[in-house]
Design a protein around this ligand. Structure first.
Ligand code: FNR
Length: 354
């Protein structure tokens, strides 16, 4: 009953955001909503998108409308998918499977983070093959190679190498709240959980979220250390990943035309223009402002995916108008599930589609 009421109150991403703020423990909401340093870039991303105004054209027969999009040779029903996000089940128990099922329902891709709270194999099954796998190279490159083997065996055709986190940036709110993995529960966190009993009880009943790709590592290699340096990742690393992965390879977190051109030359199949939703270099440009330069640099035929700041269907249109072929949505789907689980997610996806 409560669920039906919550979803009926959602008419925009802002509504979902407000509801999730009430329903989630502060430490969890802040992990999702937070950004790096002064936290301004996350707002600047959306503000810059908002500044782009579209020209309405008239008297064209638009009786038949379709939003289908082909990216990397795959046909999707909409020009957007779900961005990779680690520890997704913190937003609500079962969030990963909600994302997977919603991607299958809409025929759109869902990106499975290496730090996903459900195994890549299970995500592939639940999404009916709509999953793309995202990877970081931490200190142990062998673990990434193992994940690529698992992905290939499972049937994955797209891998994403995220390169914009050489070191995890300072996340002000996480530091203030004492957010860490493995979770440490002191009096402050205990109070936070106790005052959000629905989330806390559901989470306890469903099991504390864990990075399941690590937990199921056959070689025992993978140990998830969120703050471990990824600083060794360089052009040679990209070469090794490219040699290893025979499927489509996307390089995510690109904000410079020079880097984009070099990544294209090194044989990646696409780049993802992104500043990590303002969660990494806080003094970087708004991602949307960089997009046209990158499009110009790589030419018209090289696939570009865009994320960072998308908060509506119009924002997706804006990104396509400025040179993207496809967009990914991050926080809005987490707000949606935090607000009202699977119904909240469905509501937000439908709003974006409309
Ligand atoms: C992320 N992002 C991210 N990116 C990635 O490549 N691997 C990851 O594991 C994560 N984890 C993650 C967790 C959470 C809670 C958030 C909010 C984001 C970044 C994500 O893929 C995407 O780049 C941004 O979220 C896009 O910006 P918006 O839409 O959130 O503004």
């Amino acid at each position: 009953m409560d669920n039906i009421k919550a979803s009926n109150k959602i008419f925009s991403i802002e509504d979902a955001k407000k509801l999730s703020k009430k329903r989630l423990p502060k430490i969890v909401y802040d992990f999702i909503d937070g950004a790096s340093g002064d936290e301004k870039l996350s707002e600047i991303n959306s503000f810059a998108l908002d500044q782009i105004r579209l020209e309405p054209r008239v008297l064209r027969n638009v009786e038949e409308r379709k939003l289908k999009k082909n990216i990397l040779g795959f046909n999707y029903d909409y020009p957007f998918g779900f961005a990779p996000m680690g520890m997704t089940n913190l937003s609500w128990p079962g969030a990963d499977s909600m994302l997977a099922k919603e991607s299958a329902r809409n025929n759109i891709p869902t990106c499975v983070s290496m730090a996903s709270t459900t195994t890549l194999e299970k995500m592939y099954e639940l999404s009916e093959g709509h999953s793309w796998l995202q990877l970081y190279i931490f200190q142990d490159e062998a673990f990434v190679m193992e994940l690529l083997d698992r992905a290939e065996k499972t049937g994955y055709e797209v891998a994403i190498l995220t390169v914009d986190v050489p070191v995890l940036s300072r996340r002000t709110r996480d530091d203030k709240n004492g957010f860490s993995y493995p979770f440490k529960i002191g009096p402050k966190q205990f109070f936070d959980f106790a005052t959000h009993p629905v989330w806390s009880i559901s989470t306890l009943l469903n099991g504390i979220p864990k990075p399941m790709n690590y937990e199921t590592s056959k070689s025992g290699k993978g140990i998830f250390k969120r703050k471990e340096s990824r600083g060794k990742t360089d052009w040679e690393t990209l070469k090794r990943v490219r040699n290893k992965w025979k499927g489509k390879l996307i390089v995510k977190g690109v904000m410079s035309s020079d880097d984009a051109v070099k990544i294209k030359e090194m044989g990646a199949d696409a780049i993802q223009v992104s500043n990590h939703g303002g969660r990494q270099l806080d003094s970087a440009s708004a991602a949307i402002n960089i997009l046209p330069f990158i499009r110009e640099a790589v030419g018209n035929n090289f696939p570009i995916i865009f994320d960072s700041g998308i908060r509506s269907g119009s924002d997706i249109v804006r990104s396509l108008a400025l040179g993207a072929d496809f967009s990914m949505i991050g926080r809005p789907v987490m707000y949606a599930m935090g607000a009202d689980g699977a119904s909240g997610l469905r509501r937000i996806v439908d709003i974006i589609k409309e």
